[in-house]
Design a protein around this ligand. Structure first.
Ligand SMILES: Cc1cc2nc3c(=O)[nH]c(=O)nc-3n(C[C@H](O)[C@H](O)[C@H](O)COP(=O)(O)OP(=O)(O)OC[C@H]3O[C@@H](n4cnc5c(N)ncnc54)[C@H](O)[C@@H]3O)c2cc1C
Length: 466
């Protein structure tokens, strides 16, 4: 249990200065407030503030600075490393700031810093519009966008951060700034890929695109003994598919009694998931080859509402289960890379775990490498290794499997990683600089300007010079 190191009087003054709830270790909702999505994370902050608006965020930042507190910032609470919460210190929680306002004529959405993708999709789809999010709708807009944002519309419309028109930020000294192409350009550049290093984003302005209401989708599964053949066919398919198509593939047992009959439930499978960002009737034809790689075990493909597709995986990642995810950008899908993907998928200790390959390219590569701080535009594929399991006694086996897989797969990569799938925070200390490569120095310069004392350090941390 966290001990309060701040006097009661100061806390009461702080409580009076904000509209949101201030939660202390002896409050009844303390455990609820400190709980995040990943059941592996069990942190005990001194204090949490559930901000209701920008003023609360400014007061919270000032309070943290004046009392020299460690700070964690919570958006959707879905970072696998649990960076939304800390031991000791103050959690600045934006998860009640979920407002979304759409301007259908200008095709823009204003999104508060604690919204989830479900909040965004709900409002934007009322106008037949969307902006690229992630593939699970319960994930936070803030953490995902600031780290890049790889979702179902990526090859057509780019990353989430590529669709940012403007961001409102509370910096470490409590200043409220707007960052976009005309104002505070260096901050805007850093925010698009550099994570939560530079301040607390209270509002995002996104560009919107016509999508839906229905989209053609593909979700087809084949037997695991055909995985290598399917991955070869996938490599060919992705080399010619139009940008409207964004797909990923997962190999694992994917134990799910609702999806699979008993005779294949415990078998290794390979699945292909994606959608077509264009007219559904055209999309069904373009996606058809993905459904003919072999004889499917199951095929759930079809034209569905975009919001339904966006939520399709939500139930597969329940709150409180144990998760350890890491990633690696791949140079390509060579024969030996395919062989090792199949090997590691088969070696997974948990039947809920998968080895995933995300297709990149398309609109992601249309943005120049120097235009934003995001570090993964060079790669044709992203490898995601997801350990998902239930029992704490299986922690070592699952974490070890992810680490061993990553170590082996480095032979097919320049070693750079997608920092939004970070495993544990400390796993990445040495990888952050090498992943950002030539942009790292520029990120340090932005950090020096906006957070020289590293108030925002619980993230994929860019260390300031001082
Ligand atoms: C089930 C699941 C599915 C996912 N799917 C995808 C996917 O399809 N594509 C993809 O790209 N990623 C995906 N991710 C990874 C995701 O991008 C990261 O986990 C991201 O950190 C989640 O953001 P959050 O706001 O929910 O996280 P939080 O845990 O709340 O925050 C993570 C970090 O982001 C920063 N942060 C949060 N809010 C703010 C804010 N308002 N201002 C400044 N900094 C802030 C802080 O540094 C914080 O520590 C997925 C994760 C999960 C758990």
């Amino acid at each position: 249990m966290a001990q309060s190191i701040i006097g009661d009087e100061r806390i009461e003054l702080f409580r009076a200065s904000v509209h949101g709830d201030v939660v202390r270790p002896d409050d009844v909702d303390y455990d609820d407030a400190r709980t995040v999505w990943n059941g592996m994370i069990d942190k005990y902050p001194n204090l949490l503030v559930r901000c209701r608006g920008t003023a609360d965020v400014i007061h919270a930042v000032e309070f943290a600075r004046e009392n020299d507190l460690r700070v964690a910032v919570r958006g959707g609470g879905h970072n696998v490393a649990g960076t939304a919460v800390c031991d000791d210190g103050l959690v600045i929680d934006l998860s009640e700031m979920t407002g979304v306002w759409v301007d259908p004529d200008e095709r823009k959405a204003l999104v508060q810093g604690g919204a989830t993708w479900a909040d965004v999709d709900h409002e934007t789809q009322a106008f037949g519009l969307a902006t690229p999010g992630g593939v699970v709708s319960e994930t936070g807009v803030a953490g995902l966008t600031l780290g890049g944002g790889i979702g179902h519309l990526r090859c057509k419309y780019g990353l989430s951060c590529d669709n940012l028109a403007s961001v409102d930020v509370v910096t470490a000294d409590g200043e409220y700034l707007t960052a976009n192409k005309d104002e505070n350009e260096d901050l805007f550049w850093g925010l698009r890929g550099g994570g939560g290093n530079f301040g607390i984003a209270t509002g995002f302005e996104f560009d919107l695109h016509p999508v839906g209401p229905d989209v053609a989708t593909c979700f087809v599964l084949y037997p695991g003994d055909r995985a290598a053949d399917c991955l070869r066919a996938y490599r060919e398919y992705t080399s010619t598919a139009p940008n409207e198509v964004s797909t990923l593939t997962s190999t694992g047992i994917m134990l799910d009694e609702e999806l699979f009959s008993e005779d294949v439930l415990d078998d290794l499978k390979i699945g292909f998931l994606g959608c077509y960002a264009g007219p559904p009737e055209e999309g069904e034809d373009v996606l058809a080859p993905l459904r003919a790689f072999a004889e499917p075990i199951a095929d759930f493909s079809g034209t569905v509402p975009y919001t339904e597709f966006q939520q399709m995986l939500d139930d597969d990642y329940p709150d409180g289960m144990r998760y350890y995810w890491k990633s690696l950008y791949l140079d390509g899908l060579s024969e030996s890379a395919i062989e090792r993907i199949c090997y590691w998928a088969d070696a997974a200790p948990s039947p809920l775990s998968t080895v995933d390959v995300w297709e990149l390219g398309g609109a992601i590569t249309a943005v120049g490498i120097d235009e934003s701080s995001f570090a993964g535009r060079h790669a044709p594929f992203l490898l995601g290794v997801e350990a998902n399991w239930e029992e704490p006694t299986n922690d070592d086996a699952n974490i070890g499997w992810v680490r061993d897989c990553l170590a082996d797969m480095r032979q097919f990569s320049d070693g750079s990683v997608y920092l939004n799938f970070p495993g544990f925070l400390e796993d990445n200390d040495e990888l952050i600089e090498s992943t950002f490569g030539s942009t790292y120095e520029r990120l340090v310069a932005v950090k020096d300007e906006y957070d020289p004392t590293n108030l925002f350090s619980l993230n994929q941390n860019i260390k300031p010079t001082a």
